[in-house]
Design a binder for this molecule. Structure first.
Ligand SMILES: NC(=O)c1ccc[n+]([C@@H]2O[C@H](COP(=O)([O-])OP(=O)(O)OC[C@H]3O[C@@H](n4cnc5c(N)ncnc54)[C@H](OP(=O)(O)O)[C@@H]3O)[C@@H](O)[C@H]2O)c1
Length: 330
């Protein structure tokens, strides 16, 4: 399998390379793609050195699969060209996620929707992926009415420049204006740009993508997305209201059994999910499960996932494995 990684010099692209190695897809040739300024650099994959090329050069090599993590504009411009050549595209940007003809996939939740006709498949927003892993088994059992989520998102979610901004400020330097305010020693309730309804685009991604992935437009979701001075690992406080009565012990059992999740809920021993514990892991951690006594049929939980792994690269590689297992990539 010839695999192009578009954005291979970026944070998600670099993680993509690691995960492609770990997940043992039969990659016979890697084609790392970045901008003109990175041509001349190289990446190491399975012990071999691969030179970085432009997208035009990559197209000439006729890849079977392209994993895109190079921003929305690049995906909008280039994904169709790769797809027209018969290359399966899995796109990490927000460019194609809400397009009515493009599937938005978290394999554990809706992997069944993928067909041989899907040449471009969208990878959801990082915060949405980790939340739907928890919502899905609970929705199947108790039917969710409403979700209220507040996020605590790491700076690596902004890419390499977000990490540099935090570390520069921590080391006494100034910022480059990556965020509208200082991020070190601060918390910024503003991710992506504001929309006319007062919510940010990141918040609206969580609302709209959750319904699309879960295949249920009746789900009510409201979100507040917040940037915090954490390097890797997004955290979420999630309040869930069910249509039906639920049982806390059964919720714990359902989540402990759900694919892609690890239940970390032992408050007697101060054990609950934290970003430092999830960074570098493919699984999403869930804990602090407790009844919400302020209204019927409601509970709270705390969800933490590695935004570069399950929030981006791991999910994309899992989609690639799904396509391969169905015989859609030779
Ligand atoms: N970070 C996360 O947690 C996360 C999670 C989910 C989705 N995503 C999405 O993934 C994408 C990349 O994010 P990132 O965090 O990895 O950003 P990043 O660290 O800034 O990396 C961006 C990468 O894209 C490449 N690139 C930019 N324009 C290009 C073009 N026209 N042609 C080819 N390559 C181009 C860059 O190449 P150069 O090095 O040559 O500039 C670099 O390799 C974004 O769409 C982002 O929304 C990120």
């Amino acid at each position: 399998m010839k695999v192009a990684v578009v954005g291979a010099t970026g944070l998600v692209g670099g993680t993509m390379l690691k995960i492609l190695e770990e997940h043992r897809l039969p990659v016979t040739e890697l084609i790392p793609v970045a901008t003109e300024k990175s041509v001349g650099k190289a990446v190491i994959f399975k012990g071999l050195r691969y030179p970085v090329v432009t997208a035009a050069t990559a197209l000439e090599k006729q890849p079977d699969l392209a994993l895109f993590s190079a921003g929305g504009a690049t995906s909008l411009a280039l994904a169709p060209t790769f797809a027209e050549q018969g290359c399966r595209v899995i796109d990490n940007s927000s460019a194609w996620r809400m397009h009515p003809d493009i599937k938005l996939v978290v394999p554990e939740v809706n992997g069944n929707v993928v067909t041989a006709q899907d040449m471009i498949i969208a990878n959801p927003n990082c915060s949405t992926i980790q939340m739907v892993l928890v919502l899905n088994p609970l929705h199947r059992r108790y039917h969710i009415k409403r979700v209220v989520v507040s996020t605590y998102q790491a700076v690596s979610g902004t890419g390499q420049k977000g990490v540099e901004e935090l570390m520069n400020q921590r080391n006494g330097g100034g910022g480059q204006g990556v965020y509208p305010h200082r991020i070190d020693l601060n918390v910024i309730p503003h991710i992506d740009s504001f929309t006319a309804n007062g919510y940010t685009k990141e918040e609206m991604k969580m609302v709209l993508e959750t319904c699309k992935i879960m295949g249920d437009d009746s789900l009510k979701v409201t979100a507040t997305t917040v940037r915090v001075p954490v390097l890797t690992g997004h955290s979420e406080s999630v309040n869930i209201e069910f249509c039906n009565e639920f049982d806390e012990q059964e919720v714990m059992a359902l989540l402990a059994d759900a694919p892609g999740l690890v239940l970390v809920d032992n408050t007697a021993n101060n054990q609950y999910p934290m970003p430092l514990d999830c960074a570098g892991r493919d699984e999403v951690l869930v804990g602090r499960i407790r009844r919400d006594y302020s209204q019927p049929n409601s509970m709270n939980c705390w969800i933490v996932g590695d935004n570069l792994r399950k929030g981006a690269a791991t999910n994309a590689v899992q989609i690639a494995k799904l396509l391969y297992s169905k015989g859609f990539i030779k």
